[in-house]
Ligand binder design. Structure first.
Ligand code: NAD
Ligand code: TDX
Length: 342
C-alpha cells in the first residue's frame, strides 16, 4: 500500500480513537494526523499509545478555526481528511443546541472549504443513521436505506443532517470529492460514560441506579466499533465519490434488554434498574439496511454482539483508571444536571 497522510478529526473521542489505532496497526506506512480540540469528550490519555508512534501526530485544533485548519492542512498536505469531530450526545443537544450547529454544521463547512482551497483529493464525512429519524416498533420489516428521506428528530441529528446536505451540495456544485457513511449505534472501548452502554456498565459496577428512559422499549442497532472502522477504511480506499453508505450489522436490541444483559454479565441485581422520565422526542427504533456497502465494497460485520459486549465489559473492568478519571471530574456536574431531577 502506497504511503498516505490521513487527517482524522475528532480522533481523541470514542470512534475516532478506535479508528486511529485501527489505521496505525493496519497501515504501518501511513501517517495519521489527529486534529481534536479536546472538548469534554476528547481525552488525550486515550491516545497515549498512539503518541509513542512516529507515524502519528496530534494537533489540538478546533475544526471551526479556519485559519488554524488552513495552516495545519498546508503543513500536512493530506491525501484524505476524515471528519469524526462532532458534538455527539443527543441529551446535551436537547439542553443546548447551539454548539451542535457550530461544530457539526459550520465545522464541516470549514473543513470542506479548506480542502477545496488546497485541492485535497479526498474527504470523508462520518455521519449517523439518526439523520433518517426513526422507525415504528411494530414494523420490523422496515429499514433505513440510503434512499430513506432525511427526517431528523433531535438538534443533534438535525445538525448531522445539515452537515450531510452540505457535503452532498459541495459534491454536486463543486465536484467536491467526498463520501458519507451513516452508521448505527457503536459500542466498544473508549466509549464516553455518558452513553447508554458505558453508563450502565459503570453505574452497575458502582451499585448505582441504572436510569432507563421511558418504557425501555426503544430499539437501537448496535455495531462493534472495529466493524465501523473497517467500513470507513473500505469506503476511503474503494468507495465511490459522491455516494452515501449505510453501515450496520442487523443487531437490533431494546434498551431494557441491554441493561438486563449488563446486570447479568456483572452479577448485579435488576433491582438497580430505575425507569426515569423519557428523552424528549425520543426516537423509537433505528435499523440499518447495509446491502449497498456489502454488495459494492464487500463489508460485513465480524464481531457478534455476544462477543463484542463481553470484550467491552472486560475493557471497562481492565481500564478503570481511564473512566474513573473522567467520572471524578466535571462529569459529576453533568450527571447531577441531567439525572438529578429524574
Ligand atoms: P465523541 O463525542 O466520543 O468524540 C467526539 C470528538 O470530537 C472528541 O474527541 C471531541 O473533543 C472532538 N471535537 C468535538 N468538537 C470539536 C471541534 N469543534 N473541533 C475539533 N474536535 C472536536 O463522539 P463519537 O461517538 O466518537 O462519534 C464520532 C463521530 O461518529 C461523530 O461525528 C458522530 O456523529 C458519529 N457517529 C457516532 C455514533 C456512535 O454510536 N457513537 C454512531 C454513528 C455515527
Ligand atoms: O441514561 C440513559 N438511559 C437510556 O435509557 C442513556 C444515556 C440513554 N438511554 C437510551 C436512549 C437511547 O434510546 O438508550 C439509547 C441509547 O442512547 P445513547 O447512548 O445516548 O445513544 P443514541 O441517542 O442512540 O445516539 C448514539 O447513536 C447514534 C450516539 O450517541 C450518536 O452520536 C450516534 O449518532
Amino acid at each position: 500500500m502506497a504511503k498516505k497522510t490521513i487527517i482524522v478529526t475528532g480522533g481523541a473521542g470514542f470512534i475516532g480513537s478506535n479508528f486511529v489505532y485501527y489505521m496505525l496497526n493496519k497501515y504501518p506506512d501511513y501517517r495519521i494526523v489527529c486534529v481534536d480540540c479536546l472538548t469534554y469528550a476528547g481525552n488525550l490519555s486515550t491516545l497515549k499509545k498512539a503518541l509513542e508512534n512516529d507515524n502519528f501526530r496530534f494537533s489540538k485544533t478546533n475544526i471551526c478555526d479556519r485559519e488554524e485548519i488552513t495552516k495545519l492542512f498546508k503543513e500536512e498536505n493530506p491525501d484524505i481528511v476524515i471528519n469524526f469531530a462532532a458534538e455527539s450526545h443527543v441529551d446535551r443537544s436537547i439542553k443546548d443546541p447551539d454548539l451542535f450547529v457550530k461544530t457539526n454544521v459550520s465545522g464541516t463547512q470549514v473543513l470542506m472549504d479548506v480542502c477545496r482551497e488546497l485541492n485535497i483529493p479526498r474527504y470523508h464525512q462520518v455521519s449517523t443513521d439518526e439523520v433518517y429519524g426513526d422507525l415504528p416498533l411494530d414494523r420490523p420489516d422496515l429499514f433505513f436505506t440510503e434512499k430513506t428521506p432525511i427526517h431528523a428528530s433531535s438538534p443533534y441529528s438535525a445538525s448531522k443532517a445539515g452537515a450531510d446536505l452540505l457535503v452532498l451540495a459541495y459534491c454536486r456544485t463543486f465536484k467536491f470529492p467526498a463520501t458519507i457513511s451513516r452508521c448505527s449505534n457503536n459500542y466498544g472501548p473508549y466509549h464516553f460514560p455518558e452513553k447508554l452502554i458505558p453508563l450502565m456498565i459503570i453505574n452497575a459496577l458502582n451499585d448505582k441506579p441504572l436510569p432507563v428512559y421511558g418504557d425501555g422499549k426503544n430499539v437501537r442497532d448496535w455495531l462493534y466499533v472495529e466493524d465501523h472502522c473497517r467500513a470507513i477504511d473500505l469506503i476511503i480506499h474503494n468507495g465511490k465519490i459522491g455516494e452515501v453508505y449505510n453501515v450496520g450489522g442487523h443487531n437490533e436490541m431494546s434498551n431494557i434488554d441491554i441493561v438486563k444483559l449488563i446486570c447479568e454479565k456483572l452479577g448485579k441485581p435488576e433491582s438497580l434498574i430505575t425507569y426515569v422520565e423519557d428523552r424528549k422526542g425520543h426516537d423509537r427504533r433505528y435499523a440499518i439496511d447495509p446491502t449497498k456497502i456489502h454488495d459494492e465494497l464487500g463489508w460485513l460485520p465480524e464481531t457478534k454482539f455476544k462477543d463484542g459486549i463481553e470484550k467491552t465489559i472486560d475493557w471497562y473492568l481492565n481500564n478503570k483508571e481511564w473512566w474513573e478519571e473522567i467520572i471524578s471530574g466535571d462529569y459529576q456536574n453533568y450527571y447531577e444536571k441531567m439525572y438529578g431531577d429524574k
